[in-house]
Design a protein around this ligand. Structure first.
Ligand SMILES: C[S@@+](CC[C@H](N)C(=O)[O-])C[C@H]1O[C@@H](n2cnc3c(N)ncnc32)[C@H](O)[C@@H]1O
Length: 200
């Protein structure tokens, strides 16, 4: 039985809810459901990441583990002249992100079901964003960091949110082993935002 939020095919009965959220001053109506992460409202860590993320105009952005879409859809609204690819292993999350893009009139997104970044062919993203699936285990999270590095252009940046108690120090060490520069951009209630830069 696969009822945890990171299964590819949740079996739990549907429990759809719609909520209005204001993110970076943008109002979004987001539908959630049982079997997806943080179904009762936007995760606090996701909010901290959304508030901190810097997106160059026209950016090509990847949201890894998009869930029902709060991070990627806000990014798409912030860069109307750019494009956001959103991926998740969970088919219910993928369908919700597609529905939420449509419901909010967002057309500059592509939503894909993908285990890790396997289905992502583009390798020159400007920005990759993730609230990583801690519950899926450290190996999954660290593989996401490795694959994110490979999918960024030189000059691009990976932004992550992670709680101190959920392994922020080891995540930072892993990022430092891959990227030339890792900055702690902000911290809020135990959540850390790290920005890892891919330089020459
Ligand atoms: C912490 S949640 C964040 C969800 C969403 N971004 C949000 O802010 O509400 C992590 C997401 O990663 C997804 N995930 C877990 N394992 C994955 C994998 N191997 N490949 C891709 N996505 C995965 C989960 O299904 C979940 O939606």
């Amino acid at each position: 039985m696969s009822n945890h939020y990171y299964s590819d095919k949740p079996q739990v009965a549907h429990d759809r809810k719609a909520a209005e959220a204001v993110l970076r001053g943008i109002s979004l109506r987001l539908v959630t459901d049982a079997g997806v992460f943080s179904k009762n409202g936007i995760d606090y860590g996701s909010r901290v990441l959304i508030d901190a993320m810097e997106l160059p105009s026209g950016a090509h952005v990847l949201d890894v583990g998009c869930g029902y879409g709060p991070i990627g859809l806000t990014a798409a609204k912030l860069v109307p002249d750019g494009h956001v690819t959103m991926i998740d292993i969970n088919e219910r999350a993928v369908e919700l992100s597609k529905e939420n893009a449509k419901g909010n009139g967002i057309v500059n997104v592509t939503v894909l079901q993908s285990n890790l970044l396997t289905e992502v062919k583009k390798r020159d993203f400007d920005v990759i964003l993730t609230n990583p699936p801690i519950r899926a285990g450290k190996e999954t999270v660290h593989t996401i960091f490795e694959q994110a590095y490979d999918h960024l252009k030189v000059g691009g940046a990976l932004w992550i949110v992670i709680q101190k108690k959920q392994g922020a120090p080891s995540a930072k060490a892993k990022l430092e082993s891959l990227f030339t520069r890792v900055e702690e951009v902000t911290k809020d209630k135990g959540y850390r935002i790290f920005k890892a830069l891919k330089e020459e």
